[in-house]
Ligand binder design. Sequence first.
Ligand code: GLV
Ligand code: GLV
Length: 316
Amino acid sequence: MKVLITQKLPFNVEEYLKDFELDYRKESTPIPYEELYERGKSAHGIISMLSDKIDKNLLENCPNLKVVANYAVGYNNIDVAFATQKGIVVCNTPDVLTETTAELAFALMISIARRIVEADNFTREGKFTGWSPELYLGTDLFKKTVGLYGFGRIGQAFARCCKGFEMDIIYHTRNRNLQAEILTGAKYVSFDELLEKSDFIVIIAPLNDESYHKFTINAFKKMKNSAYLINIGRGPIVKEDDLVTALKEGLIKGAGLDVYEFEPKIHPELFNLKNVILLPHIGSASVKTRAEMAKLCADSIISVLKFGKKPKNALN
Ligand code: GLV
Ligand code: GLV
């Protein structure tokens, strides 16, 4: 049976999946849609990236396909409902990336608050000519209010990081999670309260009909002028044009972004703003986690194709 892997992975998949015929595209750039479409036609299994659009059109043309293992926890790139209709198992990579992704969110929060990237650039440019009382004054995290939009595994792990800084943690999601509230000390609030009370808002939610464009100019107007926005979820949760306006007009103080509305395109005006940090979607990018994600994808393929069993990380 044939398994298509759409990008080079930091794990020895060739050895691990040696019972299969591998169509391994050993490149580190996203596969073009037409190529995915052609190479997918004969595949029984696909290990896909979050940048691969696995839509109805593609799934209809893969007669042998039994399993898609997405190398990500988010799966908005896949038409899961249609895959379900076709009897194709879809898997993602939960759990293994939880702490790694939460740590990146924290890194963005503390870096934007303390102007780490800006100050590093200043030093590299040879501008550090002596200690000064007003050089790169930033914002404290200690005892501030952090608001989470999304409160799944990653959100809860992030909340645990915040406890060490004695931050007040509030959150908003579609469904309240009382058990997680007890474990983390987070308080549930309405979306408006989240906007009005937070010193830092951290988007840590999946992209779906509910979250799409949740953050528009109306939301930014309700936020404190001193507040920061962090997005490590998915770009289209934020209307990027409106974010640029909010940053330029001082409706909010700054933003730390790992994801973009039209990824990999980034709004050109964001490059000109000093009060933003722009990362190239590296939330789960630690050596250990990226290897574990690859192993989990490979295990999902083996489980379905070799043993005919749905793995526990199946989404449908
Ligand atoms: C990364 O964005 C993921 O969904 O794993
Ligand atoms: C998934 O969205 C998670 O938070 O793990």
